[in-house]
Design a protein around this ligand. Structure first.
Ligand code: HEM
Length: 470
């Protein structure tokens, strides 16, 4: 027994001393290479960097702006508590990000972290790579929805004017708050276009669909910011408490299933009702031939269609609502534009715009300037690296790190925009239109060479960039 104890004692001592010798050797070689102070300073620096990253939660723009002002070589780094960002500012670097293969840089993977759809969108487990089960949304939004604008726009005008009249009547001459009015109009317009007239007038659904937007943010932020073990429990708890995502999903799935069944009936020669909305178009596109790059080629189920619509609903209603609220607020702050814009509305351009979706250059410029002054996010073009990625300026991005553009800093950069901190509602109007303008008074454009439409995404990351800008 004594021998065993003695043996173990010696064994433990030997182990301890040898491991101490190895660590001492390792430490002394580090000290030799980098110096003694480095050894003490490194963990301290790491700790400070970690603590400092929490500033991102309440002052992301301040952190980005400071780094932007010091940036060289077209890129810089900012650390948020959960994301290591590489920001790119030069057009050629932004192009490299846009052109990266879909299995290397992913918007979907970044959005999955920001929105936490597993908890916030009825357990939607979307793929990290774009288009693995086809891209029915691309043709739906880019062609089918766009082609239907002449049909959509006049109906939207009438529906919105009825909503506003109704809210004014209900308010009984009390002051109306802007946010609920804009939210109601945007939600109603989008619901009609996405799901059809019947759903857009379903009161219980519409209340849940509007509530779903704020609850998505709440659940997603909770899941992101709490420590890993706790975040799952807290997010599942919130998911069970807020019923809006369930109401939206449970209402839409039977309708999507009915559309799938109708399509089958139509194929076998039966007469079926005609639907013109995104749900129908997504369903039809998903049952067509897929691009060669799709891994899954079976038609989408009703649940898959509805999940996609929920994500689309969140993205579009949230962004549109905020953008319009800022624009109306800017019009109140700058009433000198009211007459000009009203005149454009009351002229022949409005009717042409409703027929084609094009025209109204003054309103276009005003909205663009409002979006420039009040971007709804300080960051755009977010991409998570699924594999390591190298930029041509020598910056290496490790797998798990993110790339992005510093949207707000770029929109207010004096090197890009003349007089960037002032609101110029005609800033984006082209020289020919400006010349023809009567009654513009003192209103002008500080740099007509930079004029471009709101939908022109070159040098304008508000909508993202390149292939993924909508
Ligand atoms: C003012 C309103 C809007 C803003 C500011 C906005 C902004 C953005 C941004 C920044 C992105 C990321 C793109 C990238 O990183 O390259 C994006 C993606 C997207 N947006 Fe919007 N958006 C708006 C309205 C809408 C609307 C109304 C729709 C649909 C009708 C929509 C559909 C989409 C889709 C489907 C994507 C994903 C693109 C993809 O994965 O390829 N957005 N949007």
């Amino acid at each position: 027994m004594l021998a065993i104890i003695l043996f173990n004692y010696t064994f433990v001592l030997t182990l301890l001393s040898s491991s101490t010798i190895v660590s001492c050797f390792f430490l002394s070689s580090l000290v030799k290479q980098y110096g003694f102070s480095w050894l003490l300073v490194r963990p301290f620096k790491k700790f400070v960097k970690r603590v400092y990253s929490y500033r991102f939660l309440f002052d992301a723009q301040g952190m980005i702006q400071e780094a932007y002002d010091l940036a060289q070589n077209g890129s810089f780094v900012v650390n948020a508590p959960d994301v290591h960002y590489h920001f790119v500012t030069e057009p050629h670097l932004i192009k490299e990000v846009d052109h990266a293969p879909k299995d290397v840089l992913s918007l979907q993977a970044a959005a999955k972290i920001i929105l936490q759809p597993e908890y916030s969108m009825h357990r939607f487990d979307w793929s990290l790579e774009r288009g693995t089960d086809g891209t029915p949304l691309v043709r739906t939004l880019r062609s089918l929805l766009r082609n239907d604008l002449p049909n959509i726009l006049p109906k939207t005008r009438l529906a919105n004017s009825a909503i506003i009249d109704n809210l004014v009547r209900q308010s009984k001459n009390q002051r109306l708050h802007l946010k609920p009015v804009v939210r109601a109009c945007v939600a109603r317009s989008n619901a009609r276009v996405f799901f059809g007239e019947e759903i857009a007038t379903n009161k219980e659904f519409m209340e849940a669909a509007e509530d779903f937007i704020s609850k998505t943010m709440l659940i997603a932020e909770t899941a992101r910011l709490l420590p890993r073990g706790l975040s799952h429990i807290a997010a599942r708890f919130l998911e069970s408490q807020f019923s809006s995502q369930r109401i939206v999903y449970d209402t839409l799935v039977p309708i999507a299933q009915q559309r799938i069944d109708e399509q089958e009936l139509k194929r076998s020669g039966h007469a079926v009702p005609e639907h013109k909305d995104c749900m129908q178009w997504i369903m039809q596109q998903s049952s067509r031939l897929r691009p060669w790059s799709a891994e899954v080629t079976t038609p989408w189920t009703a649940g898959r269609i509805v999940h996609e619509l929920m994500a689309l609903w969140f993205g579009s209603v949230h962004a549109m609502g905020m953008t319009i609220i800022f624009a109306v607020r800017d019009l109140c702050i700058h009433p000198e534009y009211v007459d000009l814009l009203r005149k454009e509305f009351e002229g022949p351009s409005y009717e042409a715009w409703e027929r084609t979706g094009y025209g109204l250059p003054l309103l276009d410029s005003f909205l663009k300037e409002s979006a420039r002054m009040n971007p709804i996010d300080s960051v755009s073009v977010r991409r998570k690296a699924l594999k390591p990625f190298d930029l041509s300026n020598g910056v290496h991005v490790d797998s798990g790190e993110w790339l992005a553009t510093p949207l707000q800093a770029m929109l207010q950069d004096p090197k890009i925009w003349a007089d960037p901190s002032s609101f110029h509602g005609l800033r984006h109007v082209d020289a020919a239109t400006l010349e023809k303008l009567e009654n513009a008074g003192s209103l002008s454009c500080p740099d007509p060479t930079k004029a471009a439409l709101l939908t022109d995404t070159r040098g304008w990351q508000t909508w993202g960039t390149g292939r993924t800008a909508w």
